[in-house]
Ligand binder design. Sequence first.
Ligand code: FES
Ligand SMILES: [Fe+2]
Length: 357
Amino acid sequence: MAEFSTNTTKTVDIRTCGINLNHWYVAAQSLELTDEPLEVTVWHQSIVLYRDEQRRVQAIENSCPHRQVKLSSGKIVGSHLECAYHGWRFNSEGKCVFVPYLSKENKLPNCQIVFYPVWESDGFIWLFLGDSKKLQDAYKQPLKIPEWGHLNYIATVSSIECRGHFSFLIENLMDMYHGHLHEDYQAWNSAKLAKLSSNEKRVDALYETESYYKIDKIWSISQLFFPRLRRLHPELLQVSYVYPHWMSTLGKDFKIYCLFCPINKTYTRAYLIHFTSLNAFWRLHKLPIWFRRWIKNSLFGSAQKMLDGLVKQDITMIEQEQQAYLKGSRQQTYEVNPTIIKVQTMVKKQFQLYKND
Ligand code: FES
Ligand SMILES: [Fe+2]
């Protein structure tokens, strides 16, 4: 791994900092990719996703080499993608395999478009846009989300579309002092930083806090809907930035992930996935699997209102930060939270590592 110099990271502007592409980024939810090609953008690159005959996801550059139109306007034919304009077809390795009006004597054009490693697991589709030689060891697979398929966890997903640099979003997620913003949606109160650690790959912060929720009875899930049923009690809150994604646990009851897809320097997509744990209900675990699966599926999205509400409030703040930055009205902002300072350092270091790799 390349060395990084602290001096250089100081000169990088956090609000225009690039990303380390040698990681897996989330591109879409599995359910977003049906039988049609799907255009996605990851860090300035337009990519078309499609499912081949075996329903495996393929990802190629979203530009027909013939006239540069978007292949996502075309259609899937077997395991190939057919351009809408003249019907040229491309395979999952970005090679042209068919031109409808070419006579038998003529050769297919020797064109090559970029194809990307793609991975589908735990309800999401991931892309690797970096150096394919890095696709080994730690980089071999994207982040695992074991709660997605686990019968004891109820999932809710909220999509984040945010007109702001990704650094504003990760700082928001790692900043446990902005509960002030969320009022009724707030899950915890009075966070106190108990432990902070970081290295090149992650920043971990542990807070002592008071949680509003206690999921110890099956009807406790109604606390997600009715604020007056919530009672404050001490709980530990762990937040981690495992570059380039984020995760958090609040006591034993909640686990949250935020999967990042930075689009460009002023636009960020992400998926926030909230899991409510049913681990406390040992009687439930004795019921037949099909019934437990039915409960899990029926309760999918039970935290939707809370999660969407939180996301909306956070996005408003992040977009205002971005606008203020673009206006350049005040170059200097003031940071007193040591967690945020570590996050900013890591964002810059990861970009520097990518440039030096
Ligand atoms: S532009 Fe795609 S086939 Fe002509
Ligand atoms: Fe927030």
